[in-house]
Design a protein around this ligand. Structure first.
Ligand code: AMP
Length: 280
């Protein structure tokens, strides 16, 4: 039976009891409007822990665009049902005041290059907000393992850097991207796509898959041009496509400069911003 907590105090009591019984805790933070991508993290966590705790909180400090925050889908009843069916033990669903008492936000992190490129460049302040909420949640849940999707590749790098920088006692586990049957990476934002935008959005993952197939044959510049061309039309508008070193997130110009570079893309489908990536 899934337990639902809305306060840090009640969740902490539950966690204390779990720890007193020597239970290993796995944590899956989310912003809700859950889909199979989120549930895959729950399933991974279930395999590796005794207790799985999820959180559902649309974190205002990571939204640089107010209308994106307002339009972000919120489906708490369905989320509870999916978590229950997915075998999650507890979910933390705090109100904003619980995570930001008196609205205070005073932490300012410096992740260097990791936050100045791609998502960090186009969404100023985004990763500072992510770091603030992830640290606050980890401090309450105190999990042994925390699970994050590779769908948000740069976010995963930031979370790993945060944990190292703050010396937090948790293992961060990256999990594979879950896709719709046609290849579109699952995302809570996909529900905001019109039928035509949804149809066109498949071109994003198709362009990445083609780039991977042709990686050995083309230069970095040719691959970039191809991906940008394939994801540009009257419904789709790419914001960036970068091929980066997975450790530093620096763009590479030479294919041999690092093993397994990653191609990261952000595309506007109408007024919905979608991201995806592929490892070469
Ligand atoms: P979000 O609710 O979008 O903040 O995502 C919560 C967690 O689920 C993050 O660690 C995401 O990377 C992960 N996630 C979201 N979509 C997917 C997906 N399609 N496949 C795997 N993980 C995902």
């Amino acid at each position: 039976m899934l337990q639902v907590f809305t306060t840090k105090a009640a969740l902490s009591d539950y966690i204390c009891n779990c720890k007193a019984e020597n239970k290993k805790i796995g944590f899956v933070p989310t912003m809700g409007a859950l889909h199979q991508g989120h549930i895959s993290l729950i399933e991974q966590a279930k395999k590796e822990n005794d207790i799985v705790i999820a959180s559902v909180f649309v974190n205002p400090t990571q939204f640089n665009d107010k209308s994106d925050l307002e339009k972000y889908p919120r489906t708490p009843e369905e989320d509870i049902k999916m978590l229950e069916e997915g075998g999650c033990n507890a979910v933390f669903m705090p109100l904003q005041e619980e995570m930001y008492p008196a609205g205070e936000v005073n932490e300012s992190y410096n992740f260097g290059n990791l936050e100045s490129v791609m998502e960090g460049k186009f969404r100023p302040g985004h990763f500072n907000g992510v770091a603030i909420i992830v640290k606050r949640l980890l401090n309450v849940v105190k999990p042994h393992n925390a699970y994050f999707g590779q769908k948000d590749f740069q976010q995963l790098a930031i979370v790993r850097a945060l944990v190292k920088m703050e010396n937090l006692p948790v293992n961060i586990i990256g999990c594979p991207i879950i896709r719709e049957i046609d290849g579109l990476a699952m995302s809570s934002r996909n529900r905001r796509l019109s039928a035509k935008e949804r149809e066109e959005s498949v071109k994003i993952s198709k362009a990445l898959a083609k780039a991977k197939n042709e990686f050995a044959l083309k230069t970095i510049d040719e691959i970039r041009q191809d991906v940008l061309a394939l994801t540009t039309n009257s419904f789709l508008k790419p914001e960036y496509f970068e091929i980066v070193n997975p450790n530093t997130l620096e763009s590479i110009t030479d294919k041999n400069s690092c093993p397994h570079p990653v191609g990261c893309i952000a595309v506007w489908a109408g007024n919905v911003r979608l991201i995806d990536n592929i490892q070469f």
